[in-house]
Ligand binder design. Structure first.
Ligand SMILES: Cc1ncc(COP(=O)(O)O)c(C=O)c1O
Length: 293
C-alpha cells in the first residue's frame, strides 16, 4: 500500500492523490533527465525519525543543484498528512515501520516550477541483515577523492534522483556473490555504500573509536551515521572522520553500513575476506543508534 501526497501551494497540508494511477507528466525533468533530489526516512508508528536532519540535507542537495524547492513547513505538513493516511490504512499485523520518501524534481519542461511529493510505503524488513550481517564487494567509483571540490557539477554529495549508477553497483555486487557494495575512489580511499554510510569501530590501548570516511571525498552526509556518532560520543567513544583506506576496514574490530531505513548492518566479509564480528559490539552500537533516533 502506497500513500501519495503532492506538495501544492493551493493545499497547505498537501494534496493526497491516488498512487495507483499515473500522476506525472512524461516531460517532467525528473523523469527525462533524472534532474531532482530525494530523501528517504523511517517512520515508526506514524512518527518520522530525525525529519530535521533529512530536511536540512534536502536543502543542501537543492543548493548544489540550484533547485528551488517548497518551504520546509510545506514538507512537514505533507509528511504529517501522508503518515496519518498511511496509519489509517494500516492493516492488522503491520510492523508500524514505514519508509517515507520525499521527492522534488525540476518540474515539467519549461514550466519553471518543481514537482514535489511525499510517498509512504511499508518499510522492508531488514532484521535478518541486521542480525546476521552481509557480504560486501569493494567497487571502484571511478572518481578520485578530490573530484567533489574540483568538479562541483558532478553533484557528489547531493542526494540526486540519478541513482542508476548506485543501483547498477548493487546489481553487480549481487551478481558476484555479495549483498552490497562499498565504493572506493580511484586514489584508493574508502567512500560509501550505494545507499549507505560506512562506519567502523576499533579499540586501541583501551580507547574505543568510531570512524567514517571524510565527507569532503564526495560522499553523502549520512544522517544515521551522524546520529550514531552523537550518541556514541555521549557514551564515551572517540570519533574519527577518515581518510580511510580498505586496509583500515580489514584491521577494524567491526564494520557497518548505516542508513535510515535499514539502520546498522554489520559487514561480515569484504571481497570474500572475513571481517571480525562481535555480537556484543553489534548490539551495543545498534542500541546507541536506536536511542539516538
Ligand atoms: C549514497 C548514500 N550514502 C549514504 C546514505 C545513508 O544516509 P542516511 O543515513 O541519511 O539514510 C544513503 C542513504 O540512502 C545514500 O544513498
Amino acid at each position: 500500500m502506497t500513500v501519495l501526497v503532492f506538495l501544492d501551494s493551493a493545499f497547505p497540508d498537501g494534496r493526497p492523490a491516488d498512487a495507483g494511477v499515473p500522476q506525472l507528466m512524461i516531460n517532467d525533468l525528473g523523469v527525462t533527465r533524472g534532474d531532482g533530489i530525494f530523501e528517504s526516512l523511517l517512520a515508526v508508528d506514524g512518527v518520522p525519525r530525525k525529519p530535521d536532519a533529512h530536511l536540512d540535507r534536502m536543502a543542501s542537495s537543492a543548493q548544489l543543484l540550484e533547485l528551488e524547492i517548497p518551504p520546509r513547513t510545506a514538507w512537514e505538513r505533507a509528511i504529517a498528512t501522508a503518515l496519518a493516511l498511511h496509519t489509517e490504512a494500516e492493516t492488522a499485523g503491520s510492523t508500524g515501520r514505514a519508509a517515507v520518501k520525499l521527492v522534488v524534481t525540476r518540474g515539467v519542461e519549461g514550466a519553471g516550477t518543481p514537482t514535489a511529493w511525499v510517498q509512504v510505503t511499508p518499510a522492508s524488513d531488514a532484521s535478518r541483515q541486521r542480525s546476521e550481517g552481509i557480504r560486501v564487494l569493494l567497487l571502484d567509483r571511478g572518481y578520485d577523492s578530490l573530484a567533489a571540490a574540483r568538479a562541483p557539477w558532478l553533484l557528489l554529495g547531493a542526494k540526486t534522483l540519478s541513482y542508476a549508477v548506485n543501483m547498477a553497483a548493487l546489481r553487480y555486487a549481487r551478481q558476484n556473490g555479495a549483498d552490497d557494495a562499498i565504493f572506493t575512489s580511484s586514489d584508493g580511499k574508502v567512500l560509501e555504500g550505494p545507499t549507505s554510510t560506512v562506519v567502523l569501530a576499533r579499540e586501541r590501548d583501551g580507547v574505543r573509536t568510531l570512524l567514517t570516511p571524510e565527507r569532503k571525498s564526495g560522499i553523502l552526509a549520512g544522517t544515521t551515521q551522524d546520529a550514531l556518532f552523537r550518541a556514541a560520543e555521549a557514551a564515551g567513544w572517540e570519533l574519527g572522520y577518515g581518510p580511510l583506506v580498505p586496509e583500515d576496514l580489514f584491521a577494524a574490530d567491526g564494520v557497518w553500513l548505516a542508513s535510515s531505513i535499514r539502520l546498522l548492518v554489520p559487514v561480515r566479509s569484504i571481497d570474500g575476506r572475513e571481517l571480525p564480528f562481535s555480537e556484543v559490539l553489534n548490539t551495543e552500537l545498534t542500541k546507541l543508534a536506536d536511542a539516538a533516533l
